[in-house]
Design a protein around this ligand. Structure first.
Ligand SMILES: Cc1cc2nc3c(=O)[nH]c(=O)nc-3n(C[C@H](O)[C@H](O)[C@H](O)COP(=O)(O)OP(=O)(O)OC[C@H]3O[C@@H](n4cnc5c(N)ncnc54)[C@H](O)[C@@H]3O)c2cc1C
Length: 254
């Protein structure tokens, strides 16, 4: 199958990109690494009339410490994760295959918001701040919980771009764990868990268990939904074991 016809724009600045997003509204879609959007277009599950390719927008390409431009690729962060929380480095190799990580971006993953994806879980776990820009309204910064509304559904308006993701500084002495189970290396997780322990405060998140990554207070109460890849009971049982595993990695009593 081939994608439905679409117009293609390749803006050279953020201002130009935001103009195009404002001009085309619901008809337009940002193109980042294309690793989720292009397959959806080829299957005609997405049929944007206009693509706004962000590849040449310099303002989105850079990392400044823990502030990561939306177009920074997973591969770039895997090569140089210095200054980022170490749980990020542990999660990155699980995002598809290296070819996918070479193209796929942090912004694309968060804007796409697959419930089994690693970045949304990391954003929730680490209390990331997401910066959104549009031409006609002022910039806004949302917490991960405000940004993630449901599976494949975010707070981004049709004319808005995610421009950057900022993680808090990782403190010395912070502890963490990350684990997931996938059918094959490179597949989306069937269940995953991650935790941090910072200043005696323990934070645990599970993902690929339901509509969105979820914070877990009590591992014995994890609920999951099933789909064609795995039944609910299996996902819940695996997630429960993974929570124990990540807590042990972090030196905690599960
Ligand atoms: C075989 C395969 C296996 C994969 N396995 C995994 C996996 O295990 N874990 C995982 O997390 N992901 C996985 N992925 C998905 C991959 O990580 C994608 O790269 C990611 O989900 C989307 O990022 P992208 O940069 O390619 O975005 P695109 O596909 O270009 O865009 C995705 C969506 O986000 C929107 N968008 C992109 N950037 C912005 C922006 N800055 N502002 C507003 N909207 C924006 C687009 O309009 C589109 O709706 C896999 C993909 C494939 C093909």
């Amino acid at each position: 199958m081939k994608a439905a016809p679409f117009a293609y724009h390749r803006p050279r600045s953020l201002a130009e990109a935001l103009d195009l997003m404002a001009e085309h509204g619901e008809e337009g879609k940002a193109l980042a690494g294309g690793q989720s959007l292009v397959p959806l277009m080829v299957l005609r599950l997405a049929q944007p009339a206009v693509l706004v390719d962000l590849a040449d927008v310099p303002e989105l390409q850079h990392r400044d410490g823990t502030r990561i431009g939306a177009m920074v690729t997973n591969a770039a962060l895997e090569r140089d994760g210095s200054g980022l929380p170490p749980v990020v480095a542990a999660a990155l190799p699980h995002i598809g295959h290296f070819q996918i990580r070479n193209r796929g971006t942090i912004g694309g993953s968060l804007a796409h918001l697959d419930p089994a994806a690693e970045w949304p879980a990391l954003a929730l776990l680490l209390e990331a701040r997401l910066t959104l820009r549009s031409r006609d309204r002022s910039e806004r910064t949302l917490g991960a919980e405000e940004f993630m509304l449901g599976p494949l559904t975010t707070a981004l308006a049709a004319d808005e771009l995610l421009t950057a993701v900022t993680f808090p500084e990782w403190p010395s002495g912070g502890r963490w764990g990350f684990a997931e189970v996938a059918r094959r290396p490179g597949d989306f997780a069937l269940a995953g868990a991650a935790c941090t322990v910072v200043g005696g405060r323990r934070r645990v998140v599970v993902f690929a268990t339901g509509a969105l990554p979820q914070r877990v207070e009590d591992p014995s109460e994890i609920e999951a939904t099933g789909d064609l890849h795995a039944p609910a009971a299996y996902r819940a049982a695996v997630a429960t074991r993974l929570v124990e595993r990540v807590l042990i990695q972090a030196g905690e009593q599960p």
